[in-house]
Design a binder for this molecule. Structure first.
Ligand code: 13P
Ligand code: G3H
Ligand code: ZN
Ligand code: NA
Length: 280
């Protein structure tokens, strides 16, 4: 993928190694992603959410950067859901390889200017930019059909958004949600994804799917066929961590080791489902 990176070959290399992203919160999380990536020979992205950054601070970022540097497979470090300029400026100073400029809470015009502004500074530092158009719904949202449709990514707006902002990756809203999907299962608008892919591939922009926890195998396969190149997984890895606590002995080192193993198993399985295993 050339991306919107022009002649910058270092950035172009980064785009190539860009793959599937796992949210991390602590050392065990970082180790779980790196161990799974090395065993499965998969590229991976260590992703830090602003909430996780608030908890883990600079040591968490330093841990990710150093683990990525020492890994035997391509691993990069990404700042997830940057909803404020303040957070993104900090992320650019801390040395992330890529950032998500999340202006999905803003109006279209405000989202364009916010994303364009941050993308300019990020690109000048050699940092890749993901941005979101549309608005992800929460599982518990009791939306009317009209409200649901209004939150989906609009193809015409996507064209203008990509052209105006110069982003490298677009996070799409096609019915995907953070956290759990309803009991009836995910209802993804693959027709819309297809149209967005037709557009993004012409522009050299990667498609990103947030809320990948809870997607069945067949649907993941269809999303890959329709151009998704970065899947974000948070909830299922967090759940594996928490579930492992009830099975482990009440000893710190044992708790850490079993949490790491539990997360690693989920991550390795996702690397196979997402088709990144064996691609390092
Ligand atoms: P899940 O919570 O569904 O795993 O989504 C993760 C995500 O999109 C992080 O940005
Ligand atoms: O974008 C994901 C955030 O880390 C929140 O994730 O829905 O699992 O709490 P969550
Ligand atoms: Zn997300
Ligand atoms: Na999800």
């Amino acid at each position: 993928f050339p991306g919107n990176v022009g002649d910058n070959s270092a950035l172009a290399e980064l785009v190539k190694s860009w793959a599937r992203a796992f949210n991390v919160y602590n050392l065990e999380g970082v180790e779980a992603v790196v161990a799974a990536a090395e065993e499965e020979q998969s590229p991976a992205i260590l992703q830090i959410h602003p909430g996780a950054l608030k908890q883990g601070g600079i040591p968490l970022v330093a841990c990710c950067i150093s683990a990525a540097e020492q890994a035997s497979v391509p691993i990069t470090v990404h700042f997830d859901h940057g909803t404020s300029k303040h957070d993104l400026v900090e992320a650019l100073e801390l040395g992330f390889d890529s950032v998500m400029v999340d202006g999905s809470h803003l109006s279209f015009t405000e989202n364009v200017s916010y994303t364009k502004f941050v993308a300019f500074f990020a690109h000048s530092k050699g940092v890749l930019v993901e941005a979101e158009l549309g608005r992800l719904s929460g599982t518990e949202d009791d939306l009317t059909v009209e409200d649901y449709e209004a939150r989906l990514t609009d193809v015409k707006q996507a064209q203008e958004f990509i052209d105006e902002t110069g982003i490298d990756a677009l996070a799409v809203c096609i019915g995907n949600v953070h956290g759990k999907y309803p009991a009836s299962g995910p209802n993804l608008r693959l027709d819309l994804l297809k149209d967005l892919y037709a557009l993004s591939s012409k522009k050299g922009v990667l498609l990103v799917l947030h809320g990948a926890s809870g997607l069945p195998k067949e649907l993941i396969k269809e999303c890959i066929e329709h151009g998704v190149r970065k899947f974000n997984v948070n909830t299922e890895v967090r759940k594996a961590y928490m579930d492992s606590l009830s099975n482990s002995k009440k000893d710190l080192v044992h708790v850490m080791a079993s949490a790491k193993e539990a997360m690693k198993a989920v991550i390795a399985e996702k690397m196979h489902l997402f088709g990144s295993a064996g691609k390092a």
